[in-house]
Design a protein around this ligand. Structure first.
Ligand SMILES: [Zn+2]
Length: 302
């Protein structure tokens, strides 16, 4: 339904813009910035990429001692750290929520990279000290991009707290989308930055059994007042992808039904990313995809 409305809106826009000159069209597209900043609190900013088909959102946390980006965006050309530098002059690090290409686009612009400390992630460190992520892990072929090798300034253990000065976030390991998926939880302010573990659009399940276990542990930590912000918007790329506790419960319940073989699916495809998949509706724009085959022909899962 929402998709159809978007298509209609695009169709009418194309019709109107066809009446303008080429220069006018170029000027209007030049005005559409690659990054849009949303201030969520005194110390937390969402940086959206509304022009990118996956509608990514990265998050900037600013403490009194240092600043931390959760994800580096999908954009490899425009430098997301320029946006972060307009907000803060504190020492800046980045922590990817997981090692998929659309979260690593701006990684090469950061002087300091943090990474979750798991045997899986440590396995990518080579003798020269650089981490080299194999393409089948980051899946860059889908966007025709490569992730350059990078050094890691700090490995963060699951459940370790990162203290930015006045702002503390706990890193929580939540496998299911990928093995290395993590979320950041600010217990003091009751804010969960949920990466690809939770967002209000199609969730890609890499391992349903792990996903259910991670959703259970997330529900035990958060509560009905937790503010939850994910890494991809729903149909509206200008809206920060916020979710509720009830959303998480509904996703957990559907994921458990899928695990037990009791959920009904629909065939699904998307021209940009997914050749075929099973789609399980949850609520609103939220759904779960399993048995995914990407547009480049590869299957997804671990
Ligand atoms: Zn991902």
């Amino acid at each position: 339904m929402r998709k159809l409305a978007t298509l209609l809106a695009l169709a009418s826009f194309t019709f109107i813009s066809a009446q303008f000159s080429v220069q006018a069209q170029e000027a209007s597209s030049a005005k559409s910035p690659p990054f849009v900043v949303h201030k969520l609190t005194d110390f937390l900013y969402a940086i959206g990429e509304p022009n990118y088909y996956q509608k990514n959102f990265s998050y900037l946390l600013v403490g009194t001692d240092q600043a931390l980006m959760f994800d580096s965006g999908a954009n490899q050309k425009d430098d997301i750290t320029v946006i972060a530098r307009e907000i803060t002059d504190k020492p800046l690090s980045v922590l990817p929520s997981h090692l998929h290409f659309d979260h690593l686009g701006g990684l090469h612009n950061f002087e300091s990279v943090y990474l979750v400390d798991l045997p899986f992630t440590r396995g990518f460190k080579r003798k020269d000290g650089f981490f080299r992520i194999p393409e089948p892990i980051y899946l860059g072929n889908i966007d025709h991009m490569t992730v350059p090798p990078f050094k890691v300034a700090r490995l963060i253990k699951p459940d370790e707290v990162i203290d930015l000065g006045g702002v503390k976030v706990r890193l929580i390991s939540v496998p299911g989308h990928t093995r290395d998926e993590v979320v950041l939880y600010d217990e003091t302010h009751n804010i969960l930055l949920s990466g690809d573990h939770l967002y209000p659009s199609w969730l890609l399940a890499g391992n349903v059994k792990d996903y259910v276990a991670s959703l259970d542990s997330t529900l035990q930590r958060i509560n009905e007042k937790t503010a939850i912000y994910g890494a991809h918007a729903d149909e509206d790329p200008t809206k920060v992808p916020a979710m509720t506790y009830a959303d998480v419960q509904a996703i957990r319940d559907k994921m458990a039904l899928i695990r037990n073989g009791h959920a009904k699916d629909k065939a699904f495809s998307d021209p940009d990313l997914i050749k075929s998949a099973k789609l399980y509706e949850v609520k609103d724009d939220i759904s779960i995809l399993t048995d995914i085959q990407f547009t480049d022909g590869r299957g997804y899962g671990y």
